[in-house]
Write a protein that binds this ligand. Sequence first.
Ligand code: UD2
Ligand code: MN
Length: 353
Amino acid sequence: MFLSRADKPCFFVCLAASQLIFILLLYRRGASSVFQGLFGPYPGWDYSKTQDVYTNLSLFVPDSEAVRTQYCPVSSPILVGPLTITFNKPRSLKSIQLKNRYVTSGGYFSPRHCFGRYRTAVIIPHRNRESHLRTLLYYLHPFLQRQQLHYAIFVVHQAGNATFNRAKLLNVGVREALRYDDWDCIILHDVDLVPENDCNLYICDEDYPKHLSSAMDKFQYSLPYWAYFGGVSAITPDQFMRINGFPNTYWGWGGEDDDIAMRIRLSGMSISRTPLSLGRYKMIPHDRDSGNEENSHRYNQLRKARTTWKEDGMNSLEFRLLSRERTQLYTNLSVDIGDAPEMPTEPNRWSIF
Ligand code: UD2
Ligand code: MN
C-alpha cells in the first residue's frame, strides 16, 4: 500500500512542500511557538489558577538550632507554579523588607536549612523607574527564595540625563557583580517584567545563553520573532566573556538585544529558550521614557555587528562608578557611562533585524 503511494511523484512533491513550509515556520516563529500553534499550549499549567508568591514561604524558616549539612534538593519542594501578579497596588520598600526577613544587606539571600546549589546574580538596568523597581522586588525576592537559590540583586543605575544605554549598564553590572561573588549564573532583567511561574528557574543552561522571557503578555504570550532576545535572559560568566559581553554603543531604545543574539551565534553558540508555557511574564504597562528615544542608527549598527562584536564589548568598557550602596533589598551601583557620541547619519538599509 505505502510503496505504491510513494511511487507517485505527486506524493513526493507534497511531502517536500509540507517540509519546506514547516522549516519556514520554524525559522520565522521559533520552534516552541510553532509547536504551541500546532498542538495548542503545552499541557500542565493552568494560569487561571494562581497562587500568591508568598504562600508558605515560612516553610523556609528553620528552627533556631538547625544546622545546614547538605545541599538543597535539585528541585525545590515549595514551588507553586502559576503566580498571582497584579500591578494595581503600590509597594513600599519597608513593606517588602518586612515580608522578606531573611534577605540581608545588599539584597543577598542564602537558603537557611540547606546549601544553595546555584549562585545567581540578578542585574537590573535602571533609571527613573522607582515604582517599577519596587513592584519587581516585591515579586522577585520570594520567587527566588522559593527556588532555593543563593542569590543577590544588583541595580545598575545610570546617573545623569545622557541617553539611556541598557546594554552598557548590563556590562557594568556583570563586571561589578563578579567582584562580589563567584556567580554560576547572571540574570539580565528588565525592571518592568514580572515572572508568572516560579518553576521558571533562574539558573543557567550549561551550553548556551538562555532566553527566559519567551512569552510576554505584551506579545500575546508568543515570541515576536525567531531571534528575539529582549527582556530577561540568563548567561554564565564564561558564556558572557565568550561573546565579549554586550555592545557599549547602542544609545537609546532598540537594537542592542538583536546585537546580543547575533554575538551568541557568531561565537558559535545558540540561544536556548524557556518553553512558552513556562517563560511567561507580565510587563508593567509604560510609555517610552524621555532620554531613551529610539536609536535611529540601530539597523546600520546591526549590519556591522559581524565585524564590531570583537572590539565593542567587555574589552572596551569604560565607565566611572560613582557609588556602591548596599540597601536592604538590593545593591545599588550608580554609574556614569558617558554620553552618546555624534554619529554620522547613514541611510538606513533594511535588515532582517
Ligand atoms: C524592550 C525589551 C528590552 C530591550 C528594549 C530595547 C521587552 C519586554 N523588553 O523593552 O529588553 O531590548 O526593548 O532597548 O520587550 N530602562 C530604565 N529607564 C529608562 C529606560 C529604560 O530603567 O529610562 C530600563 C528598564 O529596565 C527597562 C529596560 O531598560 O525595563 C528596557 O526599556 P523599556 O522598558 O523602556 O523598553 P521596552 O519595554 O520596549
Ligand atoms: Mn519595558
